[in-house]
Design a protein around this ligand. Structure first.
Ligand code: ASP
Length: 451
């Protein structure tokens, strides 16, 4: 924590924890009551960002119901079939039924009049924040006044940060996640799960002491629990590690949510609304610590396609890689790694980003453009990765990794070390993927004491 009062642009800003509560935390009156207790238990929890109510046993996510409402409005101008399901969710949550009925009727007619998709689907967050502010006795501040988009250029970080600083520097407020407005006042949403982004924009902008992201898991695990039985919560890590872990599959919060936090050096804590006694995972901009455990987590990804290109003398021809990249760019194919050797280069491409038609177009365009000796796609590869902030100064991490895979008779088909020395990646056959993850977890993390 940075103390009770921190200085920001030479103006006094109240110390603050920004909290974001996800859909499961806001799903019904029982869980919102629990959230209210969490907020009230620490007066530094000043700015609260909320999602729309999530799925329950008897109902869909409110955002999904609102998408259905929009479909109905497009078809017949009204949402009489689906909106009552939305209203029922909020009537169960709201503390003042009369006020809730009024507000819900107003929102329904605004949705029908506007018919705009983003406006309709964002009303779950709007109403969630509106009713929760009443429950807490905090101010309600509409995200349309804080998060700025431009019609053609998308999200405007500079303007949004300015607005957040001006309106949230002091006092207690609840803010809807997931959306903002453009210069004309039209509502614009982030992609699904975007309330995480709102929370981190707000936390970064007001230089919060901490961004707490409350969800329904105990924290970030050191391996995929569907593969590794005794995967454990990682108590602390750095943003660098989180980036490496999450792009390969450890998904806890929206990837775009990390940028404002990293930029503003705001620590993040992932916690479980339903188990307050657990400390979750804290993510810091950097960590200086005496113990030097080399590996923090094991992750990986299946469904990797390798574009293999071989051409003798490739290393001496300056434009080869640029030409290949132009073809990939033209067809909208993104790649994640590019190991190379003197006469060959591989592009590791997630299968989901390329279909059969694009595959053959890419092959024929590259053939025309660089006349390779050999070019092909190689299927059925997966990658497994050991991630750790301290491995750059530890001897023997690679040895231990390769020995663990060799013990299980897993053939390593490719090796990549991340440029920041935060990870070592091995390409293995897809049908040995789970074995590889388990072998690495056993070798590096099984001795760990629980958090
Ligand atoms: N309610 C939106 C969704 O379901 C945004 C969010 O929850 O963050 O994606």
């Amino acid at each position: 924590m940075r103390g009770i009062v921190s200085m920001n642009d030479m103006e006094e800003t109240q110390a603050c924890i920004v909290c974001k509560f996800g859909g499961t935390s806001m799903a019904d009156s029982e869980s919102t009551e629990r959230v209210a207790e969490i907020v009230k238990s620490n007066p530094l929890r000043r700015i609260i960002v909320v999602s729309a109510p999530g799925k329950t046993e008897n109902s869909e996510k409110v955002t999904d119901l609102l998408i259905e409402c929009h479909r109905e409005i497009e078809a017949c101008g009204k949402c009489d079939q689906t909106f009552p399901l939305v209203a029922a969710r909020f009537l169960q949550i709201a503390t003042d039924t009369k006020d809730a009925e009024r507000e819900l009727a107003k929102i329904k007619s605004q949705m029908e009049n506007s018919g705009q998709y983003d406006f309709c689907v964002s009303r779950g967050e709007y109403l969630s924040a509106y009713f929760f502010a009443k429950r807490l006795g905090f101010a309600f501040i509409d995200a349309a006044e804080l998060i700025r988009f431009h019609r053609y250029d998308g999200y405007d970080s500079k303007e949004s940060e300015k607005l957040c600083r001006a309106k949230l520097k002091n006092g207690y407020a609840v803010v809807p996640g997931f959306y903002g407005a453009d210069e004309t006042g039209a509502i614009v949403t982030f992609s699904r799960g975007g309330s995480d982004i709102t929370g981190s924009i707000v936390a970064g902008a007001i230089k919060a002491d901490l961004y707490e992201n409350w969800t329904d898991v105990d924290g970030i695990l050191n391996a995929d629990p569907r593969i590794v039985e005794n995967a454990r919560i990682i108590p602390k890590m750095t943003y660098g590690e989180l980036r490496e872990l999450s792009y390969l599959g450890a998904s806890v919060l929206h990837t775009d949510a990390l940028v404002p936090l990293i930029k503003n050096r705001t620590p993040l804590q992932v916690r479980n609304t339903f188990c307050m006694s657990k400390r979750g995972t804290v993510i810091y901009p950097c960590l200086k610590e005496p113990e030097k455990k080399p590996v923090t987590g094991i992750v990986g990804k299946k469904d990797i396609l390798v574009l293999f290109i071989h051409k003798i003398g490739m290393n001496q021809q300056k434009s080869i890689v640029r030409k290949v990249l132009s073809v990939l760019e033209y067809y909208g194919v993104s790649f994640e790694h590019m190991p190379s050797s003197i006469d060959a280069v591989n592009f590791l491409i997630p299968k989901s980003s390329i279909n059969d038609a694009i595959r053959s177009a890419v092959l024929s365009e590259i053939k025309k453009s660089i006349r390779p000796d050999e070019i092909k796609f190689i299927d059925r590869l997966s990658i497994v990765s050991v991630v750790g902030r301290n491995m750059y100064q530890c001897v023997g991490v690679a040895e231990k990794m390769f020995a663990a895979l060799a013990r299980e008779k897993i053939n390593i088909r490719m090796i990549i070390q991340g440029c920041r020395e935060l990870n070592i990646i091995a390409g293995v056959d897809e049908d040995r993927y789970e074995d590889a993850i388990r072998a690495l977890h056993r070798a590096f993390l099984e001795e760990e004491t629980p958090s």
